[in-house]
Structure formats: structure tokens, C-alpha cells
Write a protein that binds this ligand. Structure first.
Ligand code: 2HG
Ligand code: ZN
Length: 480
């Protein structure tokens, strides 16, 4: 049996492939790459490699495969699930794609954007806008997260209701396989029925089957107009009712429909400091609605007013504020976008990222809230998310007078199990958009069938027989 090379040998070999500047190995250099962004998962690595080309990724992978060295692919390292950092014990190699950050082509006839995996989401959106197009994926970490990571995790966000997840936005993928071979699927085709759709293997598999190095993405018409409103609603059932009314009145233009619980609003306002809620008084639930189109803002505002007025009349809406300017709209969105960081700073939130069919979402929120209160009556119910597509971030947070560590130790297992079980029972998913990583890995055995788990292992073994690419992520060990 061959032995795994020493850290020194790994660094020497990989430095020779990518150049010493692109192969980091001191503890200080490694630290930001082996620590996840919430500081919850801290791993160990022999080296961090920053390749400058697909060929270099391929050479590094081939060397690691031959020598039995584990590889952890990494983009912007914004995973909430510990998916992008190595395991605590070991000498894996982290391959961070940030140097591969070139936009390769913007084709405004084919409406496609071809880019390297290390381009940030923000840079991708900007490149599209410069060509008067929209790349519609929208998530809070867009300044840091990278397209390769967005593809590997099938990122979602606030515009899925209208445009779909990353999976729906990818036309072509180039990926390096665990043994170093290159899968070249950089095609910009909207129709291609030539057998298995291999590129989809790399979407959402969290870097366990291959490292995405480049992609062809779909571009959309750039909306010229938008209308944004915040509405207080009596309960989640009313929010679902209002969403139905909004779709009826504004059709395709409904781009975002986000739910925010009263405690989530309170938390984010406290975190932001000098920001006031656009709605007077305390409300148990609110929704943020965004309409966008290629037409005029006046006509969108009219549609929005129609939705809100009808809601006020029928009791679905208690109060509402319509953004009067771009600055207002940004301020409304800031309240929504900062809820995640407000929790990170407070510490002690139990993150359940679930989705349920819209027809059952209100019942689920009620049941899950009751279940959490039975376990921990004082938990702050940070419940919010992309209600329009059925995704709820159900994140009970420690009471103000409880230490984060103690609250999590006492409740994490039971609360997440209760919430996930209720989502599952309602026909939902235990991870709507954040993926599995390490955090949800062991839960998969509870919620996936034997057949699903077996198929997943078979795919993994077919592509990565030595289990060297992002090992210990996604798949639970018990089916190994
Ligand atoms: C969001 O929608 C992100 O803000 C993060 O998906 C959610 O922190 C979270 O739980
Ligand atoms: Zn989200």
C-alpha cells in the first residue's frame, strides 16, 4: 500500500506545478482558507493552491489523485454548511479558484455569458449589465461568492421565484474530474438532447464529483423598471394568499416575495442601529414584494398599489409601504439582506433551511414554531426567506440572556430534527438552497431513501473511486 506523501513533499510537488507564489503553506497563509466564514468549522490542510488555469487545476488534481491526497475545492468560502473547508485532521489540499476570474465572452446574440469559475457573482452581474443584460442570480454574498461555488452548490437566493436556481441558469460547464481529466462542456445551447445531461452532475454536488473551472450562463433581458413594497400581514397564511393575488395581478413581473417574521425584523434593526422600519408599530409578519419589468416604473407601481389595496380590503394586508425611490427600495432590501449577518453577529442561531410546497407552508411554519416553543419557549423565532419559492429560513435564535454555546449545545440536535421532520412530513426538503456540506450530512440518512442514497454513492464511486474529492462532504459515511 502506498503511503500518502508528507506535507513538505506535497508543497514541493504542487509548487513545481503552479509556482511557489500560488502554493501557500504557512499556518498564517492557510488560516483564512481552512476556516469557514462563520468560524464554526476549522480544518487542516497541507497547502492551498491558487491555480491560474484549467490546465493547472488538472495537473494538481492528477498529482493528488495519483498520490492519494484529498482535495477540497473552494470559491468564495461563503458556505453556511462547512462545505468548502477541509476536515479537522488531515493534510488535504485546498484548491481555491479565485485567480481564475476572467469573463471570457459576452454573447448578446445568444444571450450567454462565458466565464471562469473564480469570477465573483457580483462581477458576473456587472459584466451582464454592461452588455445591457441581466444575470439574475441574487444572493447576499454576491461580492464574495464565486460562480464556481454558485454552480457547485446550486445557489438560490431572492429571485428564484422568477428565474429559477443556478441549475436553471447554467447552459454549459467545464470541470476537472478527480483524476485530473477535463470534462469540456462549455456549450451555450438551450436544446441539447444528446444523452445524459452530464453538466448537471456538477451542479449542486458541492465539489464532490468534479471542480467546476468555467461555465456558460444564461442572460436575460435587463429590467428597466421595478416596484418594491413592504407589507405587514397577519400571518403566513395571509402571505401565501397575497402571493397568489400578486401573481394574478402582476404575473411574470413578480420577481421576489420574501417573508420576514417580527423577531427577525427586530433583530436586524437592532443590528443595523440607525435604521427604522418603513412600517409603524410592531408586526408579527411582513413580506417584501418586488416587481420588475422592461416597461415603466409607474405602471409597476400601479400594479403594486392594486395588489396592496386589494389586500388591505380583504384583510390579507394590515399596513404597507411602497418604495418611492431607488434609495427607498435599497433600504427595504437592506433590511431583508442583513438578517443573516445579524444572526451571525449575535451567535447562537439554529439554521434550518427548509422548503415545503406553498400549499403547506403556512401549516408547516405554525407546527414548527409550536415544536420549537415546546423545546425552548424563549427562543427568538427568526423565520424568514424566499416564501415565493417555498423556501423558509427557520432559524430559532438564543434568548438574549443565554450564551450562544450553551443554547446550541442544549437545543441544536432536537430543534433541527423537529423542524426538519416537520418539513419532510409536509413533503419538503431539509436543505432548500444551502446544501449539505458537513452540517447536514448525517441527516441525509434520515430523510433520503435507501435507493436515493445508494444511487448517490454509485455516482460518487463512478467519478471518484478513491473518494479523494471533497471527502466527507454531502454523503454520510454509513453507505460507503
Ligand atoms: C439568506 O437568504 C441566505 O439571507 C442566508 O440564504 C440565510 O443565514 C441564513 O440562514
Ligand atoms: Zn436564502
Amino acid at each position: 500500500m502506498s503511503t500518502i506523501p508528507s506535507s513538505e513533499a506535497i508543497v514541493a510537488a504542487l509548487s513545481a506545478l503552479v509556482g511557489p507564489q500560488a502554493c501557500l503553506s504557512s499556518d498564517a497563509e492557510l488560516k483564512p482558507f481552512v476556516t469557514d466564514y462563520r468560524g464554526l468549522y476549522v480544518g487542516q490542510a497541507a497547502a492551498v493552491v491558487l491555480p491560474g488555469s484549467t490546465e493547472q487545476v488538472s495537473q494538481v488534481m492528477a498529482w493528488c489523485y495519483e498520490h492519494g491526497v484529498a482535495v477540497v475545492p473552494q470559491g468564495g468560502n461563503t458556505s453556511l454548511m462547512g462545505g468548502a473547508v477541509p476536515e479537522p485532521n488531515g493534510q488535504a489540499v485546498v484548491i481555491n479558484l479565485r485567480r481564475m476570474n476572467r469573463v471570457l465572452d459576452v454573447d448578446t446574440v445568444n444571450d450567454t455569458l462565458t466565464l471562469q469559475a473564480g469570477v465573483t457573482l457580483n462581477a458576473a452581474r456587472t459584466a451582464a449589465e454592461e452588455a445591457e443584460r441581466l444575470f439574475p442570480l441574487r444572493i447576499g454574498s454576491e461580492g464574495t461568492c464565486q460562480i464556481g461555488g454558485n454552480i457547485s452548490t446550486n445557489a438560490g437566493g431572492t429571485a428564484v421565484l422568477r428565474y429559477g436556481n443556478m441549475r436553471d441558469l447554467v447552459l454549459g460547464v467545464e470541470a476537472v474530474l478527480p483524476d485530473g481529466r477535463i470534462y469540456s462542456g462549455l456549450r451555450g445551447l438551450r436544446k441539447d438532447n444528446t444523452g445524459y445531461d452530464l453538466k448537471q452532475l456538477f451542479v449542486g454536488s458541492e465539489g464532490t464529483l468534479g471542480i467546476v473551472t468555467a461555465a456558460v450562463l444564461k442572460l436575460m433581458p435587463l429590467p428597466r423598471a421595478s416596484s418594491v413594497a413592504l407589507a405587514a400581514v397577519p400571518d403566513p397564511a395571509a402571505a401565501v394568499g397575497l402571493l397568489g393575488e400578486a401573481k394574478k395581478a402582476a404575473g411574470q413581473t413578480v420577481t421576489a416575495f420574501e417573508l420576514i417574521s417580527g423577531p427577525a425584523l427586530e433583530l436586524v434593526l437592532e443590528y443595523l442601529g440607525n435604521v427604522k422600519s418603513p412600517l409603524e408599530g410592531g408586526h408579527a409578519w411582513m413580506v417584501l414584494i418586488e416587481l420588475t419589468s422592461g416597461g415603466s416604473s409607474e405602471s409597476l407601481d400601479q400594479s403594486m398599489m392594486q395588489i396592496l389595496e386589494a389586500g388591505l380590503e380583504s384583510g390579507l394586508v394590515l399596513d404597507a409601504a411602497l418604495a418611492q425611490s431607488v434609495a427607498d427600495a435599497q433600504a427595504f432590501w437592506r433590511i431583508r439582506e442583513e438578517i443573516s449577518d445579524a444572526q451571525t453577529r449575535t451567535g447562537g442561531s439554529i439554521k434550518c433551511d427548509v422548503s415545503v410546497p406553498l400549499s403547506r407552508i403556512a401549516g408547516f411554519i405554525e407546527e414548527a414554531s409550536d415544536a420549537v416553543r415546546a423545546l425552548e419557549p424563549q427562543a427568538r423565532m427568526i423565520v424568514y426567506g424566499h416564501m415565493g419559492d417555498g423556501n423558509v429560513h427557520f432559524n430559532p435564535l438564543r434568548p438574549k440572556d443565554r450564551a450562544a454555546k450553551e443554547f446550541l449545545a442544549a437545543n441544536y440536535e432536537q430543534v433541527s430534527h423537529a423542524v426538519d421532520s416537520l418539513a419532510h412530513a409536509a413533503g419538503g426538503s431539509i436543505s432548500a438552497e444551502h446544501g449539505i456540506g458537513v452540517a447536514k450530512r448525517d441527516d441525509l440518512t434520515r430523510f433520503k431513501s435507501e435507493v436515493e442514497l445508494e444511487l448517490m454513492w454509485q455516482v460518487k464511486k463512478a467519478l471518484d473511486p478513491k473518494n479523494l474529492l471533497n471527502p466527507c462532504k454531502v454523503l454520510p459515511f454509513s453507505k460507503g
